[in-house]
Design a protein. Structure first.
Length: 312
């Protein structure tokens, strides 16, 4: 439901539900289309640097970042506003996705801003603050329908509270990570330093709030399933050469596992060997497989893959 839906509900009832005001926050989330996806570390350096410098010169900018320790299941969030640096570590009972940690960092920055507005309301009244994060997943999650009791919902409630009680407008924007931004680098250093150097496994760290989000739980289960599947894949001492087309990779894989037996193997009688012994494969390609029609050609026209048994 967008702005029109909120207007209709307002006309339909003199006392609209409380959550209607949160939809006004959607237009304050600036999900910019990032630069073209980079394939190497040095791609689009100039564009990313320009966006990072734009964030540093923004008035009332708050930079957030998060760090994660997979050994102790601890996460740290940081918020940097000018010369003020705040960081907090949390203890989790299971592994958390990056989006959840970044949302927790945004919520932590809003909590610090609320404390500042409570102590000195005149210093922030009528101003607009921009919270910068380097996570596009967190921004996209904020633009969707919030579930009650999730981090995204708490972020919107905090923004609505700041606007109602103290007249503070909050915007959320994206900044390229590790692209030369001073504020983003300071937030990253603050979170990493607290997690790695200023905390010990024996220290008492507050428990993170237990917030159940079905989307994050589904994403966490997918990541866990991928890791378990990757752990079951046996080590391949003879990896495939780089640059092969997809059809060639499938053909070699079938030849190695014994799923596809070529005419040479059948003629030599080596098809009785165990598939694990057919590991080393010599291949000669007549032409690269580029079209769908070429992938449907017989094996003798597509390539010549000859499994060679290892010497015992």
């Amino acid at each position: 439901m967008g702005k029109k839906g909120a207007v209709l509900i307002t006309f339909a009832s003199r006392h609209p539900p409380r959550y209607v005001k949160y939809w006004d926050f959607l237009k304050r989330v600036r999900v910019t289309k990032p630069v073209t996806r980079r394939r190497t570390k040095g791609d689009h350096t100039a564009q990313r640097t320009a966006l990072a410098e734009r964030a540093d010169f923004q008035d009332n900018a708050i930079f957030t970042d998060a760090a994660w320790d997979p050994d102790t299941f601890r996460g740290a969030v940081a918020a940097v506003r000018g010369q003020q640096r705040d960081a907090q570590a949390f203890q989790y009972c299971q592994e958390q996705p990056v989006r959840s940690l970044e949302l927790q960092a945004i919520l932590y920055a809003l909590e610090k801003l609320t404390e500042c507005a409570r102590t000195s309301p005149l210093s922030v009244r009528g101003q607009t603050f921009t919270v910068f994060t380097d996570s596009l997943d967190a921004l996209k999650n904020l633009t969707k329908t919030p579930r009650a009791g999730t981090l995204a919902h708490n972020v919107k409630v905090a923004c609505a509270t700041l606007h109602e009680l103290y007249g503070v407008m909050v915007r959320v924007d994206w900044v390229p990570g590790h692209a030369g931004s001073i504020g983003n680098g300071a937030a990253h250093d603050a979170a990493s330093e607290l997690l790695r150097f200023r905390s010990s496994p024996l220290d008492t760290v507050p428990q993170a709030p237990l917030l159940f989000d079905p989307d994050e739980e589904r994403e966490r289960m997918k990541v866990q399933a991928k890791r378990e599947l990757r752990a079951k894949v046996p080590h391949n001492p003879h990896p495939l050469p780089k640059g092969l087309p997809r059809g060639a990779e499938v053909l070699i894989y079938k030849a190695r596992t014994g799923a596809a037996l070529t005419e040479d193997v059948l003629a030599s009688g080596e098809h009785t060997l165990h598939p694990k012994e057919l590991v080393a494969v010599t291949h000669k390609w007549t032409s690269p497989i580029r079209t769908r029609r070429a992938t449907r050609q017989p094996l003798r026209r597509a390539a010549r893959a000859v499994p060679v048994p290892l010497q015992r």
